[in-house]
Design a protein. Sequence first.
Length: 327
Amino acid sequence: MSETQPLLSVRNLRKYYGITGGLMGRKVHDVRAVDGVSLDIHPGETLGLVGESGCGKSTTGRCMMRLIEPSAGEIRFNGKDVTKTEGHELRALRRDMQIIFQDPFASLNPRHTVRDIIAEALVIHRLAATRAEREDRVIELLETVGLRPDLRTRFPHEFSGGQRQRIGIARALAVQPKLIVCDEPVSALDVSIQAQVINLLEDLQERFNLTYLFIAHDLSVVEHISDRIAVMYLGRVVEIAPAHDLYRTPQHPYTEALLSAVPIPDPKLKRKRIVLKGELPNPIRPPTGCHFHPRCPIAQPICTKEAPPLTQTNANHHVACHLRVAV
Ligand code: SF4
């Protein structure tokens, strides 16, 4: 872990959704979307959060910002308890924590011009006193994300996917946040455009000293942008490590399987592909013990009975596996 105090600190975060049934509409099950996640994000770093669709990574990001109410757990941002914050304090926290969505088209109001979309945040947070100040700031923000300011009178449908994502980034930057949750921001884009948006995010991080939680379902996307990477499986973090350690020496069998699917640029190097059995289990009835045991190629009897805790194996590398923890 870094020496600095974390900007965001999450302990034992849970988000359960009740499933009702029967004539009385009583709760019959819980879907454990997030099931005891603990992690820290330090100022200026990028933490990659990776896992298959439905593993709870987006829900984790949204709970951290209180866009979704967590069921339990502690979230501290800049020392403040996010779960107990209300009213104007919560609005101030939301200004410091922004989100960029996977589908920029769905997150941009199609009836508003780009100017209105970006200026809205300035109005809500009273960051520009006059119309002229707002206009100047919109122009500055569009230039910052590499868009021509004269496009500000156009509507979202007049832009390409990559340009729309730049508009989403400009809107997030408008309020000068400290942390941005990037929720699969390049998954819907062509590979060549993905690289441009990732480069832009890296430049902005350096320029504005931003901290990122970068959510993706693919380890190849987060490799270059992340300082550390957390891998999630069925609502739990199963491995967390500095990016270069995780790529060089993955320790959890699930991370090994995810990495085996990542292409290596050097054709002389080959990685053995590990194909996992079955699909991600239903979170309504997660497997007992280690959630990964039905798909794990090295599972042992203990794995069906006891959930392995996230344990430090060497400097800054933590893994949740009974067999991969040094004794
Ligand atoms: Fe596999 Fe067991 Fe480790 Fe889970 S605890 S990853 S089932 S070996």
